[in-house]
Design a protein around this ligand. Structure first.
Ligand SMILES: Cc1cc2nc3c(=O)[nH]c(=O)nc-3n(C[C@H](O)[C@H](O)[C@H](O)COP(=O)(O)OP(=O)(O)OC[C@H]3O[C@@H](n4cnc5c(N)ncnc54)[C@H](O)[C@@H]3O)c2cc1C
Length: 377
């Protein structure tokens, strides 16, 4: 009898894990996958929604379309996790399994940055992207600040992309000359592991008159005075704030006793937590890699392979390598790519590929192939 697997969270990590097990074991996969949301949304689609490049309902992949043999999908909100018992409680029931995989992603900390209002002046949630989509058309002059409120944050190139896409958006509307764009982030350079990517982004900012303020995070947003306050106390005038909220694991994870410093520590080679039979995969875990879908998915494949090996007697998988490719939007339809390697050497490294038509096609394929694999057709 195969061991049962309870997967909490159907994002990049949970969808890939459940799909991989279904592929190998079919009706015998024995997977229960739980998510409280209605639909999966690619992170980068939030930029498309915010800048009016896609309609909100176009980017939703409803879980109702997720149907895999041997996987029971439960649309329920998880309210408690007991890692010792490998048990989760939801708003509808209680579930136990031989193997528990926590893949609940990273959430936004609404208390951490005074003046930052989730769903209002940030673009990292679907609600926030939808709201800013309504606000942006009224912005015709003044200063826009794209600001990061703390590290780690999902998809490190995304704030740079937002600044470049904002430049396009304002240019297309003929108001760019009346507007300033400032990008403030805690890293000294836009993509620290890849000096070439950072240099290309800094060149792109310089060409477009975007001011880059590195090494500072946003400590608070004062909407009444129209200023953003940085961690050193410096104030930036700000008529429009496009924020990246401070992140942390979901409350239910913090309350479970699994987390340390906001996330779940794991063995980065195997994704095992200190609790036997319990894994943490993706943004929810401290693995030593950036918080990005491509790493969540890669880590999920390692866990899937370990489960498959244990069931079939196959050799255990190679350790998680911490490698991944991220596409970087430079605006004007140009897309570059950075290949990063976080775990194999003494320090993270990254290799940059200049924007090209081939990379535009590749990013499209990145999305469509996952959509196809997880949701079919
Ligand atoms: C603007 C932006 C651009 C991005 N661009 C890229 C990119 O180009 N490439 C890339 O690789 N990554 C990108 N990302 C990052 C990527 O979206 C995340 O890193 C990725 O989704 C993490 O996957 P995950 O499976 O760990 O968590 P998630 O995808 O966040 O999934 C976690 C799931 O858990 C569920 N959940 C949480 N709490 C509960 C609960 N209590 N009960 C039930 N369900 C719950 C949520 O509903 C969610 O579906 C981007 C992110 C943003 C915000």
């Amino acid at each position: 009898m195969s061991e049962s697997v309870l997967v909490l969270g159907a994002g990049f990590a949970g969808l890939e894990l459940a799909t991989s097990l279904s592929e190998v074991f079919g009706d015998e996969a024995g997977v229960t996958l739980v998510d409280g949301g209605e639909a999966f949304v690619f992170g980068y689609s939030k930029l498309d929604v915010m800048f009016g490049r896609a309609e909100p309902d176009e980017v939703q992949l409803p879980y109702a379309r997720f149907a895999k043999r041997g996987v029971r999908f439960l649309n329920e909100t998880i309210t408690g996790i007991d890692p010792e018992a490998r048990r989760a409680t939801t708003d509808a029931g209680e579930y136990e399994a031989d193997i528990l995989v926590v893949a609940l992603g990273a959430e936004y900390d609404r208390e951490a940055t005074p003046g930052l209002v989730l769903g209002e002046n940030e673009f990292y949630s679907v609600a926030g992207a939808e709201r800013l989509r309504e606000v942006l058309p009224a912005f015709r002059n003044g200063r826009a600040v794209v600001g990061v409120c703390g590290a780690p944050f999902k998809c490190p190139p995304a704030p740079s992309e937002a600044a470049l896409l904002l430049h396009d958006y304002l240019s297309e509307r003929g108001v760019r000359d009346e507007c300033e764009i400032v990008l403030a982030m805690p890293f000294e350079t836009p993509v620290p592991p890849s000096p070439d990517t950072s240099a290309a982004l800094l060149d792109a900012f310089a060409e477009r008159g975007i001011e880059f303020v590195g090494g500072h995070e946003v400590a608070s947003v004062d909407q009444a005075r129209n200023v953003v306050v940085l961690d050193g106390g410096e104030e930036l005038a700000c008529d429009l704030f496009l924020g990246v909220p401070k992140h942390r694991a979901a409350g239910v994870v913090l309350e479970s006793g699994m987390a340390e410093d906001g996330y779940v520590p794991v063995d980065s080679r195997t994704l095992e937590t200190r609790f036997p039979g319990v894994y943490a995969v993706g943004d929810v875990a401290t693995v030593g890699v950036p918080k990005a879908g491509v790493f969540s998915e890669g880590a999920a494949r390692v866990v899937a392979s370990a489960i498959i090996a244990a069931r079939t007697g196959a050799a255990p998988p190679d350790p998680f390598d911490g490698r991944g490719a991220c596409y970087v939007e430079f605006g004007a339809g140009r897309i570059g790519r950075v290949d990063v390697d976080f775990l194999s050497g003494p320090r993270p490294t990254g290799t940059f590929q200049q924007p090209s038509a081939a990379l535009v096609a590749e990013k499209k394929h990145f999305g469509s192939s996952r959509r196809e694999r997880w949701f079919g057709g």
